[in-house]
Design a protein. Structure first.
Length: 221
C-alpha cells in the first residue's frame, strides 16, 4: 500500500516551523553576542575607571612607561640631561561616536602638565611652562589614518609619548621600540623646590620588556 506523502499544507507548516526555529537560534546567538560585547565593554570601562582612580594616589611602572601620582613630580633623565613634569589634571571627553570610513570614532582624552627644566650646571629648575595633551579619533583610511591631537610630553630635550591619564613612555618619539637610555623616576614631591635628583631613595626605571606591572604608594617613593 502506498503511503501518501505530506500534503502541500503540511509541507508549508514544516517549512514555517523550521524557519521559525532557525530565526530563534539566530536571535539567541545575536543576543548572546550583544550581551557579551556589552559585558566586555562594561568590564573594560570599569577597569579603566579603576586604573584612573589608582593613578590618583599611586605611581605606576610598566615595561614601557611610568606614571607618578596626580599632582606629584615625575623626573626624566638621559645621561646629564634632567627635567621634571607634574600632571595638573586630566579628563575624558565622553564623546565616542560610531566609527566611519574616515574616523575611528574613539573618545577624546585630555591632560595638562607643568614642565620644569634643570638649569645649566644641574642646579635647580627653571620656572614651569604649561603643556597640554589631547588624544583625538584617528582620521583617514587604513594605514593613512593619523592622529590629529598632541600625544607627546615635551620637556627640555625630551619628547616622549603619553598615555591617558598620566603615563609617560620611555620611548623617544619617532624611534623604534627599545631602550634608548631614558630613565624615569616617580616621586612623592609636589613642590619642585623640594626635588633632589641625587637623593638615594629615588627609584629610577628604564625600558624593560620583562618587567611586570608595579604600583607604588607615596611612602614607597
Amino acid at each position: 500500500m502506498t503511503v501518501p506523502g505530506p500534503t502541500y499544507s503540511e509541507r508549508s507548516t514544516w517549512r514555517g516551523c523550521r524557519k521559525r526555529a532557525v530565526t530563534r537560534r539566530v536571535v539567541s546567538l545575536v543576543t548572546a553576542v550583544i550581551v557579551g560585547a556589552v559585558g566586555y565593554l562594561l568590564d573594560v570601562g570599569m577597569a579603566e575607571d579603576a586604573l584612573e582612580n589608582e593613578l590618583r594616589n599611586h605611581a605606576l611602572v610598566t615595561w614601557n612607561d611610568v606614571s607618578a601620582p596626580l599632582g606629584k613630580i615625575l623626573l626624566i633623565r638621559k645621561e646629564s640631561s634632567v627635567c621634571a613634569i607634574k600632571f595638573l589634571e586630566y579628563r575624558r571627553g565622553n564623546d565616542a561616536t560610531t566609527p566611519t570610513l574616515f574616523s575611528s570614532g574613539e573618545e577624546t582624552f585630555y591632560a595638562r602638565y607643568q614642565c620644569f627644566c634643570q638649569g645649566d650646571g644641574g642646579s635647580g629648575f627653571s620656572n614651569p611652562t604649561i603643556g597640554e595633551l589631547n588624544k583625538r579619533p584617528l582620521r583617514g583610511i587604513g594605514r593613512l589614518a593619523f592622529q590629529t591631537g598632541e600625544t607627546n610630553v615635551k620637556c627640555g630635550p625630551f619628547k616622549l609619548p603619553w598615555s591617558f591619564p598620566t603615563r609617560v613612555s620611555f620611548q623617544i618619539y619617532g624611534t623604534k621600540l627599545g631602550d634608548h637610555g631614558i630613565e624615569l623616576a616617580p616621586t612623592r614631591w609636589a613642590d619642585i623646590n623640594g626635588v633632589n635628583v641625587r637623593e638615594s631613595r629615588l627609584r629610577w626605571f628604564r625600558y624593560d620588556e620583562g618587567r611586570k606591572l608595579i604600583y607604588l604608594r607615596d611612602e614607597e617613593l
